[in-house]
Design a binder for this molecule. Structure first.
Ligand SMILES: [Zn+2]
Ligand SMILES: [Zn+2]
Length: 108
């Protein structure tokens, strides 16, 4: 089967000063996320109602400077981030991570 493989991260670095994350992709793209952006888009069962899809996250409860303390691979398709606010159940698939890229090109 032909077709382009979806981009995958080739490098993920924590940016403690932002705080945030930088992701380099297999297609040469680069994404810089603030921790808060990713944290607010957590799609785990504690943050999003599984039945209604409703976001149950209280934005006010998320620290402005929430940082990724640890990043680990979650299977072949995503990463799990442990956040400085103690939340660690969120898995970000590569597809989703790429879809959240806040750069000009991706948000056009
Ligand atoms: Zn969550
Ligand atoms: Zn982008």
């Amino acid at each position: 089967m032909k077709g382009e493989a979806p981009p995958r991260p080739t490098a993920i670095a924590r940016l403690p000063a932002l705080p945030g994350l930088r992701v380099e992709w297999s297609d040469g793209h680069e994404s810089v996320f603030t921790g808060r952006t990713l944290r607010l888009h957590c799609a785990c069962a504690r943050c999003v109602n599984e039945w209604s899809g409703e976001n149950m996250l209280d934005e006010a409860s998320i620290p402005g400077e929430v940082a990724a303390e640890a990043i680990e691979l979650a299977g072949l398709y995503g990463i799990r981030i442990r956040w400085s606010d103690g939340h660690d159940t969120g898995i970000y698939t590569y597809d989703r991570l790429r879809a959240l890229c806040p750069c000009d090109e991706c948000t056009k």
